[in-house]
Design a binder for this molecule. Sequence first.
Ligand SMILES: [Zn+2]
Length: 315
Amino acid sequence: MTFVADTSLRDRLPDADRERWPALVEEWGVVEAAVADEVILPMARDNAEMMVLSRDKFIDHRREHPWIEDHPERFLAWRMNGDSIAFVPSGVKPEPRPLVSREKEAKLVHAAGLATAVLRTRWSCGDPYCTAAMTREGELLLWPVADAEGRVRCPFCEGPLAAIGPRRQTKQLVLCDMAGAELLRFPIEAGVDVVIGRGRAIYGVGVDSLPAPPERHGRISRQHLLLRLRPDGSVMAVDLGSANGTRIHRAGAPAGDGVRLEPHTAVTLGGHDLLSLARSVSVYVSGQRFPVGDGRTWSGRSEPPRTEIESEGTT
Ligand SMILES: [Zn+2]
């Protein structure tokens, strides 16, 4: 048997046991980890004989560990029966993608040290030469990052950010590579269009400037796909005449290649639909709901220019 302990366990022990803990670690060969999940799951993935004893259903790990849903029998929780312990199935079952996404996000936001108040604010980078400051209205189109002291920083230049008002209605989009590994999560706010493309990310996301650019990113056009959050909360997508196209995989449609979007024609992206760009990256709407207002309390902002695309396609 292998014991893996989250380091938070030590802090929960009664004082007397905490003193004995280092000796127990030694004696039992306990593996200590800051976050035990990240040790347990790869071990179990690589050893099909291994059982995982935990009450956690690891919902936020389902994307990285799709095998979990295929092997619910390997996940056991425990129940005390008087002096004895019974091991029972922990109740792992397939979970819908938006739930997986929401659980993962809650952890990521927590890990990044970003408070809800930070997510509710629109930010602008103070460095005039920074890519983030070259957006249409100087607004940072990605989430800010937190430094070691918890201060909000620009994800491009790590410089300080200025608050420029409350966010309006916001959803989050998830960008993945074709294997489904997440590359980036980014906000989309009503009235601020986001373009996914290659090169300088002036109006959105430059796929080739990500920390780990996906394979075949050269196939993505400079201005590939426009995304817009409509006032009714739906997300609209428009292929901007890209060379290698955008395909939509509708939820519930038979698995396969999807349907290619007509260029310059708007489609509504449902909660479970997936877009694939040039067979290099995919994008979908995250299940996260943001507790943001409609921004009407903020008066310092003019309406952004809108691109001339709003007629709905039939795809
Ligand atoms: Zn910056």
